[in-house]
Design a protein around this ligand. Structure first.
Ligand code: BTN
Length: 335
């Protein structure tokens, strides 16, 4: 079934009209079977129009993820490190896929990409809306022999590496919002979710997942609960290649994880500070238990957020931050 769907998408990818009959003939299935596959793709978040007399057409041209194209664009040292690159059609979550790997394979560097996630996960139990073929959903499994220095700053280093990857494909004004968000033009472009397994300080592994909005379809965006932006918008309406972006992210993430494992956060700190969205601004920070207000004073050498409050400087090691103006607007809306 998945194979037929892949071939159907390959035929529709040009963005032209294809009749149900021609599609059925090319795939060796009935017109009814074509219709069923198209209905299924529509429910995954892909926009396919049907115009009587003309057939089916994708709302926009589609570049499917191509494992070979991604693999051949990896730097030789990335290829050496990476034991496995899985490119999936649809999965619950690329993070969950890697977390569920058995201990024999989870001691290696593994990566997973998917066209669609039906239970994509964000930080703090939030959903990550993941329509088919539109954005980038990528996870990396990284085994650590022992806990690296500044372990709690690993997500910040991953943010710096994602920013490097984006700059390498032409997006050079990306900001970082503590702890793990990518921002552009004041809106969220992407986010990073880190999940750890093991018994620190002994051997452990981290599954790091990143979602980047590439060309978010309007229908899917209705479910996104914060202000968002995508790369297509930043590039004047033209979405960049997801395959090129995936390879760039893998190259920079794998290189960064290796450096972090040896040296901790030090090699990332200056770049993080230069891209800090919150520095000098009034923010509200919550760690799930308490809510703090203050002026963000940047990140410390271990990745903690330094907050200037009425009671003096407070260090926040984990939590969620939002700009104070935005937070009070939300309070007005809900109150
Ligand atoms: C956030 O900003 O809340 C983090 C979002 C992380 C989303 C990515 S998409 C790939 C990977 N798989 C998931 O289920 N989540 C991460």
């Amino acid at each position: 079934m998945q194979h037929t769907r892949q071939r159907l998408l390959g035929l529709l990818a040009d963005g032209h009209f294809h009749s149900g009959e021609a599609l059925g003939a090319a795939l060796g299935v009935s017109r009814g079977a074509v219709w069923k596959q198209i209905a299924a793709l529509n429910t995954l978040g892909l926009d396919i129009y049907r115009v009587p007399g003309r057939g089916y057409r994708l709302a926009q041209t589609l570049e499917l993820l191509d494992r070979d194209a991604i693999h051949s664009s990896l730097w030789p040292k990335t290829r050496q490190q990476l034991a496995e690159l899985a490119v999936l059609d649809s999965v619950d979550s690329t993070n969950s896929y890697l977390l569920e790997r058995n201990p024999a394979s989870s001691g290696a560097v593994l990566a997973c990409l998917a066209e669609h996630q039906h239970a994509g996960r964000g930080r703090r139990g939030r959903r990550w809306i993941s329509p088919f073929g539109a954005n980038l959903y990528l996870s990396l499994n990284w085994p650590f022999a022992s806990l690296p220095p500044d372990f709690s700053a690993l997500g910040l280093a991953a943010g710096v590496a994602a920013r490097r990857a984006l700059a390498g494909v032409g997006f050079d004004a990306i900001q970082l919002k503590w702890p793990n968000d990518l921002y552009a033009e004041g809106a969220k472009l992407g986010g990073i979710l880190l999940e750890m397994r093991g018994e620190p300080p002994g051997p452990c592994r981290v599954v790091a997942g990143i979602g980047i909005n590439v060309a978010m379809p309007a229908e899917a965006a209705v479910d996104v609960e914060q202000q968002w932006i995508d790369l297509a918008r930043l590039a004047g309406g033209v979405a960049p290649s997801r395959n090129v972006l995936a390879a760039a992210l893998l190259n920079h993430w794998i290189a960064a994880f290796q450096v972090f494992e040896r040296e901790g956060f030090a090699g990332f700190l200056d770049e993080w500070r230069a891209a800090d969205l919150l520095a000098g601004r009034d923010v509200e920070v919550t760690d799930g238990r308490q809510r703090l207000h203050g002026r963000a004073r940047g990140v410390a050498a271990d990745g903690a957020l330094e907050l200037e409050t009425a009671e003096g400087i407070r260090r926040v090691v984990a939590g969620d931050a939002s700009l104070r103006a935005a937070a009070s607007e939300r309070a007005r809306e809900t109150g």
